[in-house]
Design a binder for this molecule. Structure first.
Ligand code: AMP
Length: 290
């Protein structure tokens, strides 16, 4: 059975009670419109912890495009049914005033320093997005308390930002272990995403180029190419399609503190892409050295 708690106060009480009973909690923050990518995180959390808890909250703080927020798919009843089948024990939802009871309106929410990994790439093209993620995830973590928190590698830069947050919260005594899980893909290679439902059949065909481009970079890596700019040029060639509007194509050191382009040959590398197909923004990435 999956219980639904409609606010963070009740969720915090449930989590704290379960911990007092000696249970470990695996936690997955989501914005709903659940697909197999989310469910893989839930399955991993359920297998590694006594209890599995999910939050569903479409966080307005992380949308720099109001149209994207307005059209974000939402279907709570279907999501809860999927969670029940996946073995999730508790799902909680909330509102901005529930998460930030100290403010009267959203503009009063304190801006947080989301760390060096929030600069560049997503930070450049979606100003305020990762700061918005940081602001809400801090409250989501505070609600659940000590836990393992599961995030998808699909949002690679986000995983760096939440690791930074978990480190800071640890200093304040809250133990959150961030677990990064592999990206789940369609048979075509397209990374699963709640936004894929907005793509037409023709756009779904074009979207395959994103994974093809990442895979081409991996082949080049396996042939010994280690310079970021050369790998990026190879990726851009594959993405050459009139319908695909590239925002960035980047090869970065996944262990560096920042996402600046390295000018030295890499030992480890993450290839990342952000591109628009019509009005739908898609992101994806893969590790080249694995
Ligand atoms: P979202 O609901 O888009 O905020 O995503 C919630 C969590 O699911 C994030 O940690 C995402 O990185 C993760 N996620 C989304 N899509 C996928 C996917 N295709 N494979 C694995 N994890 C995913």
């Amino acid at each position: 059975m999956t219980i639904h708690l409609p606010n963070p106060r009740l969720a915090a009480a449930w989590c704290s009670e379960q911990r007092q009973l000696g249970k470990t909690i695996g936690y997955i923050p989501t914005m709903g419109a659940l697909h197999q990518g989310h469910l893989s995180l839930i399955q991993q959390a359920a297998s590694e912890n006594d209890l599995c808890c999910v939050s569903i909250f479409v966080n307005p703080l992380q949308f720099n495009d109001l149209n994207d927020l307005d059209t974000y798919p939402q279907d709570l009843d279907t999501d809860i049914e999927l969670l029940r089948k996946a073995g999730c024990h508790m799902v909680y939802t909330g509102t901005i005033s529930g998460f930030f009871p100290e403010v009267e309106h959203i503009g009063q929410i304190e801006t947080r320093d989301s760390g060096p990994a929030s600069k560049g790439l997503e930070g450049t093209y979606r100003p305020g997005h990762l700061e918005g993620v940081y602001q809400i995830v801090e409250r989501l973590f505070a609600t659940v308390g000590t836990c393992r928190a599961y995030f998808g590698e699909k949002d690679f830069q986000q995983t760096l930002v939440v690791k930074h947050l978990a480190k800071k919260m640890k200093i304040d005594g809250m133990g959150i272990e961030v677990v990064v899980c592999p990206t789940v893909r369609e048979p075509s290679g397209l990374a699963m995403s709640s936004r894929n439902t907005r793509l037409s059949i023709k756009q779904l065909e074009t979207a395959k180029l994103i994974f093809q481009s990442l895979s081409t970079a991996k082949n080049a890596w396996q042939k010994g190419i280690r310079i970021a700019s050369t790998l990026e040029e190879i990726m851009i060639d594959v993405l050459d399609h009139c319908e695909l509007k590239i925002e960035y194509v980047a090869v970065r050191d996944p262990n560096a503190w920042t996402l600046h382009r390295p000018d030295h040959p890499l030992n480890e590398a993450q290839a990342l892409i952000a591109a628009y197909l019509g009005s739908t923004r898609l992101i994806d990435n893969i590790r080249l050295n694995k």
